[in-house]
Design a binder for this molecule. Structure first.
Ligand code: UD1
Ligand code: UDP
Length: 372
């Protein structure tokens, strides 16, 4: 028998953690491989919230986060610190997730060390390098170095094949976001925010994209403000991202509204359960575009592009851009037109059956044992 294979799984932000923890837990259950977890700490509080919910304890925490960090800060720090972890551990494969700068820098570092990379949530594309920024670059760059591409959908696989990836390295597994949802959403959920909502209809809001900071976010906030001022019966819950610039603008533009609750980032259990009970989600988030279709909750995506057209085709997502008028129109239409609402809330989940982690673990272990 050869030496036991070693898998190093790495991530650094909230959404990566939500979608990698199910895979960590799955790999840790397998006695035929050793699993090492390294978090970059690109996020701090928002990352540790997720680790706590899933009970994942990292072997390494690079703790790189700084207030108002730049893309340079994140890239340089991950690259240099991850190099040392790779030198110490010499894993057989490094698993990265999606499209953050942690993902890009960790994959680059593994490439420099000539250690194979497995890319979880591979093949999402807008083919607009400026949107989302810098994520479209990050995921394409990881695609260049990856040895294993775990695509959530057939469409993602087709993108990779059209780019010339070897079909033998691309696997369709579903998205691990669905695995996470299966453990978080509960029928008997209670929360202080739901008590405040008191059975009224409510909007759930999130916003954080780099390319939306500034003018586009101001437009979003104006639209939300108009809707909430015109409709005192309607409520909105907005868990703020910890980015200090976003918090400042949200407080300035929306802080005085009594039918809006701005709260700190919610832990994923609370957030998923709240989303499942919301009337409508307004967001520029990526992960929420996968979760909402599975929950049958309509989402207005406040962006100009999406790498998740499956949800748009399934009818649960609408890409509304970042102009006040268009966002206002889209919200009021859904609130006032039951048929339009009904059409969007038809539950339909294009992202798999909640077994993505199991499939990825199975494929990876099989492949690692086949290789010399
Ligand atoms: C990052 C990812 C983005 C992902 C998002 C998920 C990059 C370039 N961007 O963007 O792809 O969609 O995470 O949320 O990789 N902060 C805290 N505590 C935290 C987290 C953030 O204080 O737990 C503050 C810090 O001041 C930090 C700032 O937020 O400097 C921005 O964080 P950063 O990770 O650079 O960017 P995000 O917009 O979160
Ligand atoms: N989320 C959370 N708490 C919140 C807001 C979002 O747990 O207060 C979850 C959400 O369910 C999704 C993920 O965080 O799984 C999305 O993260 P984010 O929007 O920060 O990043 P993106 O998906 O855009 O990369």
């Amino acid at each position: 028998m050869g030496k036991m294979k070693r898998i190093l799984i790495t991530f650094g932000t909230r959404p990566e953690a939500i979608k990698m923890c199910p895979l960590v837990l799955e790999l840790k259950r397998r006695s035929d491989v050793q699993t090492i977890v390294c978090v970059s700490g690109q996020h701090r509080e928002m990352l540790h919230q997720v680790l706590d919910v899933f009970g994942v304890k990292p072997d390494y925490d690079l703790s790189i986060m700084k207030p108002k960090q730049t893309l340079y800060d994140v890239t340089i720090n991950v690259l240099q610190k991850f190099r040392k972890v790779l030198a110490a551990e010499r894993p057989d494969v490094v698993l990265v997730h999606g499209d953050t700068t942690t993902t890009f820098a960790a994959a680059l570092s593994a490439f420099y060390e000539q250690i194979p990379v497995g890319h979880v949530e591979a093949g999402l594309r807008t083919y607009d390098i400026a949107s989302p920024f810098p994520e479209e670059f990050n995921r394409q760059a990881v695609g260049v170095v990856a040895r294993f591409h775990f695509a959530p959908t057939l469409r993602a696989k087709r993108n990779l094949l059209a780019e010339g990836k070897d079909p033998a390295t691309v696997y369709v597994t579903g998205n691990t976001a669905i695995d996470a949802l299966e453990t978080t959403v509960r029928p008997n959920f209670t929360h202080e925010v739901l008590d405040w909502v008191a059975g009224d209809r409510f909007l759930l809001v999130t916003a954080h994209r780099r390319e939306n900071q500034g003018e586009p976010m101001e437009q979003m906030f104006h639209a939300l403000r108009r809707v909430l001022v015109e409709r005192p019966q309607l409520k909105a819950v907005y868990p703020l991202h910890m980015n200090p610039d976003i918090r400042a603008m949200a407080n300035e533009k929306l802080g005085d509204l009594s039918n809006l609750r701005m709260v700190p980032p919610m832990d994923v259990l609370d957030f998923h359960n709240l989303m499942a009970r919301s009337t409508l989600v307004l967001t520029d988030s990526g992960g929420i575009q996968e979760e909402a279709p599975a929950l049958g909750i309509p989402v207005l995506v406040m962006r100009n592009t999406t790498e998740r057209p499956e949800g748009v085709e399934a009818g649960t997502l609408r890409l509304v851009g970042t102009q006040e008028e268009a966002i206002y129109e889209a919200i009021t239409t859904l609130l006032d037109d039951p048929e339009a609402y009904q059409a969007m809330s038809q539950a339909s989940n294009p992202y798999g059956d909640g077994t993505a982690s199991r499939q990825i673990a199975h494929i990876l272990i099989e492949q690692l044992h086949e290789e010399p």
